[in-house]
Design a protein around this ligand. Sequence first.
Ligand code: FRU
Length: 412
Amino acid sequence: MNDPNGLVWHAGRWHAFYQHNPGGPGWADMHWGHASSLDLCHWDHHPVALAPDPTLGMVFSGSAAQAEGRLAALFTHCVLQQHQVQSLAWSDDGGLTWRPEPGNPVLVEPDLPDFRDPKIAWHPPTGAWVMAVAAGQSIRLYRSPDLRQWTFASAFADGSDLPGAWECPDLFALPAPDGSRWWVMLVSVDQGGPSGGSGTWYRLGQFDGFTFDPLGPARWLSHGPDHYAGVTFSDAPGGRRVLLAWLRNWREARDLPHAGWRGAMTAPAELSLVPGEGGLRLRQTPVAELQALRGVGGAGDRFEPGGPFELHLTVGGPFRVEIGVVGGAVTLTGDGQTLRLDRSSAVPARHAATMAVPVEAPCAAGDLVVLVDHGSVEVFDAGGAHLAASLWRDLAGLVTVQGATARWWALG
Ligand code: FRU
């Protein structure tokens, strides 16, 4: 798998579609795979949801939402990896099977060779559907009364001077602690990320249904190397904003080892706004549902979880955590200003030049949540910093903590 696609809550289930090649471990012949969950923790796998169209091409990334009493998916068709157009499909059975809109494609821009990854949302104040689509180094916004006819509204290009193509936008509103309401634009860039390779930045601003006005700087959504193409679920109950991202970096994703599967998603994270130096930050927190996976645990600075685990750290100054993996250890250190993750003993030797380089995030001293799975480490800082990194050695032996108060749970 690569990108999460069509994330939507519908009839009590969280649906996660994803970029998927059913025919092999390499990127090719893209379909939408499909899984769904009642609790964001346990996922049921379903048959492939969308397959390439003989004329319009492969099924690239896109989104889904509840519309007209059923599910609608808006995604990119990519002909011969060149011409990219936006298409619509409908599902009457909760996302298992899909019927293409007869008028597909519903949006074509012949002069834009890179034009992909539509994210749709209903905008109540102006009574229209809004679509954000990546085009080169800009995000184009379109409006529609019915998801079939689209009118250009504006283009947003003032993001950064990073070299990569813009991909996988998202645009949604979040409340701040003081009650003010902000719009968040997420943009993934395939080069120039904070740990090299691909990465995702965000900007806060205002949106009137037509134009996104950024207020404040572009910031990285995650500083870890393996956090890309992240987007949020549509129609989540209670106004929740839950994000899934692809736990990989395009830099080496195509030729990493595989074992019957290749690629994974991050843990589902709830997004919120928190105050920080220089303005509000987007904060990721593991969704509360994950607490249902907690098994045995304890407090203390030496423990052997025997598998995936969750670690809470209360940090007052410099600290160091060592997580045993087969043949070595992954270390997480912090000094009140910088978080640093060194996974050099847990990456494939042939990728040591890039993957063994420690990754860093600017971070005020605070409380941290660390999620460690068989193939990944994610670090969530209370002030908004985040690191996600994949691992290629399984967990083994002790976890030791110095300079922080630790509480842990085995996850299973
Ligand atoms: C991002 C991306 C998208 C595209 C998809 C193709 O990782 O390049 O822009 O739709 O992957 O698989």
